[in-house]
Design a protein around this ligand. Structure first.
Ligand code: PMV
Length: 323
């Protein structure tokens, strides 16, 4: 039996599209910040008496599509380890409230680490990153803490994440505005596929990411939070332009998403270096220097309510918490 804990991450240069759906090889590199506030704790135990994998998430039994996805992932671990038993999987999401931010990144990074441990595999962090990738692309990066780069690679061996700065030594912070915590209508999996296949802007996106990766790494080396925020914001909006330019077009924006964006612009107009990013859902994340936290809370709280604002610092990589 092995229990592992992994934190979620938010991309500053987004991953949006696969090149190989089976191996989960991405079209582009990406770069993220692991967060300390949101994490999953997952326990895995293989048991020869089971006739199927028994999975619970937050105490609820998982069946149907969710179960099939986790069983397919465990099949990879069974294949790697030669262990043919089914497993008990118990996972708990630790989020400040039912946030809709319980991300597949922390879930699959924790599952990969716990399942590999329980199956007796001795994997390096790079190998764990490659394994987590098979569950969910963003999970590739959640093996590491802090600022992390995922090299798209050209095959299973070369597509893994690596830390750029595991112990973040400058005061970057991220605040999540919980706009809407319901399940998204278009999954990231089908959304990105549709963008790759139908958006005429997809080739331009590939070049955007090449340029943004370079500029973002320089901004990180310079510990330049306004430039990091600026690149992350521009990159996120160009990713969301892929959704609007897909056929059929769709969007992850809600009405309140636009309110949040307007408030961040107003903060900037008033001289505070706040920037926003968004993933495959309507919640907005604000990037800023922690010294500006109070000014940002003062601006957002009257509109959204303090309970819908979650402040997060850079977080750690995956850990085994008992064995
Ligand atoms: O790998 P997934 O299904 O969690 O997709 C991640 C997609 C984004 O969150 C929008 C971008 C990213 O790089 O995390």
């Amino acid at each position: 039996m092995t229990t592992a804990r992994a934190h979620t991450n938010i991309a500053l240069v987004k991953y949006w599209g696969k090149r190989d759906r089976q191996l989960m090889l991405p079209q582009t590199d990406s770069l993220s910040l692991t967060l300390n506030e949101f994490y999953a704790t997952t326990k895995v135990e293989f048991d020869p008496s089971l006739t199927a994998d028994q999975i619970t998430i937050d105490g609820q039994a998982v069946s149907g599509k969710g179960q099939a996805k986790i069983t397919a992932f465990l099949d990879i671990v069974r294949q790697l380890s030669g262990k043919n038993d089914f497993a008990y999987v118990q996972s708990t999401n630790h989020v400040p409230m039912a946030a809709g931010l319980a991300s597949s990144a922390s879930a699959f990074a924790a599952l990969a680490t716990a399942a590999a441990g329980a199956a007796g595999l001795q994997l390096s962090r790079r190998e764990l990153s490659r394994l987590a990738r098979r569950g969910s692309g963003s999970a590739t990066r959640s093996i590491y803490g802090g600022l992390v780069e995922w090299h798209r690679g050209t095959d299973d061996l070369s597509s893994f994440a690596e830390p750029i700065m595991e112990q973040v030594d400058f005061p970057i912070e991220m605040l999540a505005i919980l706009v809407n915590t319901k399940k998204k209508k278009v999954s990231s999996r089908s959304g990105m596929q549709s963008s790759v296949e139908t958006s005429p802007y997809y080739p331009a996106w590939r070049q955007v990411v090449v340029d943004d990766m370079k500029a973002m790494k320089k901004a990180i080396a310079d510990r330049d939070i306004p430039t990091i925020g600026h690149i992350a914001e521009e990159n996120a909006m160009r990713m969301h332009a892929l959704t609007l330019s897909s056929d059929p077009a769709y969007t992850y924006f809600d009405a309140e998403t636009l309110t949040a964006i307007r408030l961040v612009h107003e903060l900037r107009d008033s001289g505070i270096n706040a920037y926003y990013t968004m993933d495959a859902g309507p919640n907005v994340k604000v990037i800023y220097d922690r010294h500006d936290r109070q000014a940002i809370l003062d601006k957002l709280s009257p509109v959204f309510g303090r309970e819908r604002l979650v402040v997060s610092q850079p977080g750690p990589g995956v850990t085994i918490i008992d064995d």
